[in-house]
Write a protein that binds this ligand. Sequence first.
Ligand code: NAP
Length: 237
Amino acid sequence: MTTTLITGANKGLGYETARRLIGAGHTVYIGSRDAARGRRAAGQLGAGARAVQLDVTDDASVAAAVKTIEAEGGLDVLINNAGIEVRGPNNEVPTAANTTAGMMREVFETNVFGTVRVTRAFLPLLQRSATPVVVNVSSGLASLTHVSEPGHPTAAYPGVAYPASKTAVNMITVQYAKAFPDMRINAVEPGFTKTDLNGNTGTQTVEEGVGIIVRMAQVGPDGPTGGYFDAAGPLPW
Ligand code: NAP
């Protein structure tokens, strides 16, 4: 029996990942910063889903989630999925000229510091698993190669905070993978997916988006680690 925690699983890609992994036989903790939203999502997902309150920006919340999951039997797979993007009132992405240090801090607090906070807190549990796996939900916008390539679709994105946060997630992935060679730790790019994150402007469905998350969550001990993948294969850093 595989036990999995997904942060930010009450909606969007996290919720759909939970649905798929429950279908594959995992017991899935639905991490949600709002306890009621998490309970509702777990209720909809049915048997195999368990709600756990977890705000990735809050040490006490993360510590309590570790205690709960440890007491109920431990953890095999951690999916760092919770993420935010700052947008303006008309869903516009703040450009380089409009990006403030405060916006950077807000996005990094969840996407970067949250990933480190949660990973570090769950390491002891993961180290007790026979097949520990970490999936960091990154973005195609993390790729310095693609974003700086004229004509590449990601090169048109004008924002600073969100892509920088995901590039940091990629580096965190590489460094943790080297530090913990017995774990499979990878970063994934789901693709531009219709969710609340982008005001539902994405071009693919959550069913399509979660493919690579689900695959990397199920990677075996001989699978890759320290990599960055989308549905088609490895991506350039
Ligand atoms: P979403 O529908 O907005 O879902 C984001 C989830 O993260 C929600 O459950 C949200 O909870 C949660 N969250 C935000 N801040 C949190 C915090 N401090 N603690 C715990 N949970 C928190 O967006 P999504 O598109 O599914 O995003 C999931 C991941 O995919 C993110 O890391 C995102 O960057 C990444 N991604 C998305 C796309 C895309 O096109 N959609 C592309 C590439 C990568 P609430 O409901 O409480 O707000």
